[in-house]
Design a protein around this ligand. Structure first.
Ligand code: ATP
Length: 232
């Protein structure tokens, strides 16, 4: 589970996230949906421990600042960061060791197969395309076998096959009871995945929905109603 209480973050005088609170239960997919600059990445980076913030972030009931909490969550940043001198395989190996993960070699190979990285395992970080880096970054986060996973705009830069695979993986994680938080500005990317949706605009959550309450209503209509925009 992921619990955010009164999270605020300023960059200098600019308040990027203003007293945001939300909760994603075990085995559910939460979506942070909003336009560019709404504050989604700032929330995700705060949860990942990359920023100083005000408020409380709980992961499985523990403060996100604790080592115990950090050991059980995976994070896929918006912009993947690779080690230039490590191969694809070594990236995953590094994470496996750092997190003392019990992921097996077979499971690592299965992940590489799913993301079409099996024949790229010996390529170095600085020899990868942007999309390949994104795939390695996803494999690294999954190699932790996390209880909570944060995916910041994960579909951007991925090819259609990888998007399909990632969506399948998100549904599998959900089945396993993992808590997933995905940020996106593209509603159509998460339509079949979400359980709880937090719509953000200008540093705030302006509305939240649970899938069971929305029923058959058109999500686009709800979203544009809330943000005051026009439907495409
Ligand atoms: N390092 C930074 N220094 C100063 N301002 C920042 C910094 N990072 C983000 N901001 C500002 O904070 C606000 C929220 O940015 P954030 O990246 O969280 O938005 P976002 O919803 O993730 O947007 P996008 O969809 O474009 O990734 C924006 O106004 C942005 O300009």
């Amino acid at each position: 589970m992921l619990e955010i209480q009164e999270l605020s973050k300023s960059y200098g005088k600019h308040l990027a996230v203003d007293r945001v609170s939300f909760f994603v239960p075990d085995g559910q997919v939460g979506i942070l949906l909003g336009p560019n600059g709404a504050g989604k990445s700032t929330i995700i980076k705060s949860i990942a421990g990359l920023l100083r913030y005000q408020g409380r972030i709980g992961i499985q009931g523990m403060s996100a600042r604790t080592l115990e909490a950090r050991k059980i969550f995976g994070y896929v940043p918006e912009i993947p960061a690779m080690f230039d001198a490590l191969t694809v395989r070594e990236h995953v190996e590094y994470i496996r060791k750092a997190y003392d993960s019990d992921i097996t070699e077979e499971e690592v190979q299965a992940l590489f197969q799913r993301f079409e990285l099996a024949d790229k395992q010996e390529k170095l970080g600085n020899e990868l395309s942007k999309g390949m880096m994104q795939k390695v970054s996803i494999c690294c986060a999954l190699a932790i076998k996390p209880k909570v996973i944060l995916l910041d705009e994960p579909m951007v830069g991925l090819d259609p096959q990888a998007i399909k695979e990632l969506k399948k993986i998100v549904l599998e994680l959900k089945e396993q009871g993992v808590t997933v938080l995905i940020s996106t500005h593209m509603l159509e990317m998460v339509e079949e995945l979400w359980d709880v949706m937090f719509v953000m605009d200008q540093s705030h959550i302006i509305g939240s929905y649970r899938k069971e309450d929305v029923g058959e209503k058109d999500l686009d209509d709800l979203f544009f109603e809330m943000t005051g925009g026009e439907k495409r």
